[in-house]
Write a protein that binds this ligand. Structure first.
Ligand code: NDP
Ligand code: GDR
Length: 357
């Protein structure tokens, strides 16, 4: 590997971008992050890493950019001359991708192509390694479990279809131009800074707000969907390991355990000592506080997806055997960490999230 250790992270303001930046700074990297312009400051996840450029020439720098803007990406890569690029930027919400399919394809699929082309245009194929944030959503419809690198893909959303293109174009640039370009096929990973409208965080924030008497009820969609949930901090280490491997390749990162949304709800309420009892079926199902009889969870069919991914369960044997990667955090530890964090920072505005996916 080159002596210089310079990382360019797209999606730096997201959950994984922030954890990865922290991890790489600890390893001694110079880290450049791409953030989007927004009307409100959107860097809260990385503010603790920021150093005032007026007082220090820090190793952490942010640049404005967007995956839909090729010239911007070319210029950023030219200016920063990264030795590793982590492409984490994406419109990453599956339900939202049904509402903004074209934008999702532009940023998630063509955005990846733009980055790969930028590397090629700048003739950095031999200088710069490329990581693509691929996803277990590629497996979509259940064809085999546990899902591993050889399991066929069957995307079930505009998001997954866009990520399918990104996966294959990454493989193609590796084969066509000899680039060190690798896919991490990551199963769901969560944590206290997870986006508020993904189901885990929606649940843990609601548990905190209900416990603190600021909310009565949580509305959810499909309680039967099963996911392989891990802790994001463990997974960003895996991303780095994928790029340190002697050759470019594609790896599944997963815990090897799966739980339903219903089980996540039960585990999250258990952290505050509340046992949930389920009553009714389908859209009429409710989750009730077993002691008080109070209804805490109801179904809102608006949160159902036009096509659902029913079951994700990953097999990360290849990552364990080849890279030595293993998740360090159990499901129970993850849920407890998230609920406790939300209990401390309970600034939940129910009206804000209730109307969203
Ligand atoms: P987040 O949604 O938390 O973060 C996404 C990041 O991408 C944000 O920084 C966002 O910026 C940025 N972004 C979105 N669109 C654009 C664009 N057009 N140009 C530039 N930046 C953009 O996602 P996660 O951190 O959870 O996930 C990271 C990546 O890994 C994503 O690609 C996701 O699809 C993928 N993934 C995630 C998994 C998970 O369980 N977390 C599992 C498998 C894959 P802003 O803050 O301005 O919105
Ligand atoms: P997912 O995450 O679609 O797996 O994508 P999400 O947390 O949004 O959904 C998980 C499952 O929960 C069901 N669900 C609900 N989901 C949301 N968001 N809100 C609800 O109210 C609700 N009720 C039930 C969903 O139907 C689904 O089955 C995440 C993202 O991080 C992707 O970017 C990433 O690629 C995959 O994980 C792996």
């Amino acid at each position: 590997m080159s002596e210089r250790r310079v990382a360019l992270i797209t999606g730096i303001t997201g959950q994984d971008g922030a954890y990865l930046a922290e991890f790489l700074l600890d390893k001694g990297y110079e880290v450049h992050g791409v953030k989007r312009r927004s009307s409100l400051i959107n860097t809260s996840r990385v503010d603790h890493l920021y150093q005032d450029p007026h007082v220090s020439d820090g190793r952490f720098r942010l640049h404005y950019g967007d995956l839909t803007d090729s010239s911007n990406l070319i210029r950023l890569i030219q200016e920063t001359q990264p030795t590793e690029i982590y492409n984490l930027a994406a419109q990453s919400h599956v339900a939202v991708s049904f509402e903004t399919p074209e934008y999702t394809a532009n940023s998630d699929a063509i955005g990846t192509l733009r980055l790969l082309e930028a590397i090629r245009i700048l003739k950095l194929e031999n200088e710069c390694r490329f990581y693509q944030a691929s996803t277990s959503e590629l497996y979509g419809k259940v064809l085999e479990t546990p899902q591993r690198e050889t399991t066929p893909f069957y995307p079930r959303s505009p998001y997954a279809a866009a990520k399918l293109y990104a996966y294959w174009v990454t493989v193609n640039y590796r084969e066509a131009y000899g680039m060190f370009a690798s896919n991490g096929i990551l199963f769901n990973h969560e944590g206290p800074t997870r986006g508020e409208t993904f189901v885990t965080r929606k649940i843990t924030r609601a548990v905190a707000a209900i416990t603190n008497g600021r909310q009565d009820r949580l509305y959810l969609g499909n309680l039967d969907a099963k996911r392989d949930w891990g802790f994001a901090r463990d997974y960003v280490e895996g991303m780095w390991m994928i790029l340190q491997h002697e050759k470019p390749d594609d790896f599944v990162l997963a815990t090897g355990e799966t739980r339903s949304v219903r089980e996540f709800v039960e585990a999250a309420f258990a952290v505050v000592g509340t046992q949930i009892e389920w009553r009714g079926k389908g859209v009429d199902e409710t989750g009730v506080n077993s002691k008080t009889g109070e209804t805490l969870i109801s179904i809102d069919p608006r949160y159902y997806r036009p096509t659902e991914v029913d079951l994700l369960l990953g097999d990360a044997t290849k990552a364990r055997e080849v890279l030595g990667w293993e998740p360090q955090t159990s499901f129970e530890e993850l849920v407890e960490m998230m609920v406790k964090s939300d209990l401390v920072a309970d600034n939940y505005t129910p009206s804000m999230v209730q109307g969203q996916h």
